[in-house]
Write a protein that binds this ligand. Sequence first.
Ligand code: GTP
Length: 234
Amino acid sequence: MFKRILLKLSGEALQGSLGFGIDPKVMQSMAQEIKEVTEMGIQVALVIGGGNIFRGLAASTQGMDRSSADYMGMLATTLNSLALQDALEKLEVPTRVQSAIAMAELCEPYIRRKAIRHLEKGRIVIFAGGTGNPYFTTDTAAGLRAMEVHADAIFKATKVDGVYDADPIKNPKAKLFTKLSYKEVLNKDLKVMDRTAISLCMDNNMPIYVFNMTKPGNVKKILSGEKIGTVVQE
Ligand code: GTP
């Protein structure tokens, strides 16, 4: 059913218990999990956030120009992408990083057709630098890249089991949705992804699987047809 997926990882998850930066143990276990997905014969593209290093939006509320803050956030995603590439290659998974912002000494520039060839050859492609534009989140970058490389779905990693009607960490009675339409997400203002990302997925009918990345094996379970987490689709 799935041939190619775009996996969206949260930068914050990488910090583990450190509270900042990259916890090597978390990075290794994520890389292992991703490796197992590729071993199922699934082509994997990755987008990772940068919140463990820098949050553009937070900095802009403290007075920094939003564009400058967002550019710093894009650099943070590149740091995470390079770290993830290293962790994957330690596990002998061939990986290419492509950045939306040219950094030729560090990684390839984003070239859509080349990204697709890499995927076809079984390489993981990590898309760094967001969309390359301020005011867009890495969730929007994930939506955009998923569309561009014709992924079958976006797999959005979170630290809870899926999408709830209230914050499950604050409210133990929060109810987990198994299925949602894009319109429901927008109308109920559910925090799946930001509105730009959701609208983009809605207009192009890109399914979003929201799942818990802190429990190992979840991506593989969804790929094998198990109904866990929340799926957002038409
Ligand atoms: P094919 O040969 O087309 O299958 O792909 P390939 O990625 O193996 O070939 P290429 O010769 O394009 O790249 C070889 C290595 O150089 C890979 O690790 C790429 O990630 C890296 N590379 C390619 N272009 C750039 C670039 O502009 N900057 C940086 N830093 N690395 C690059």
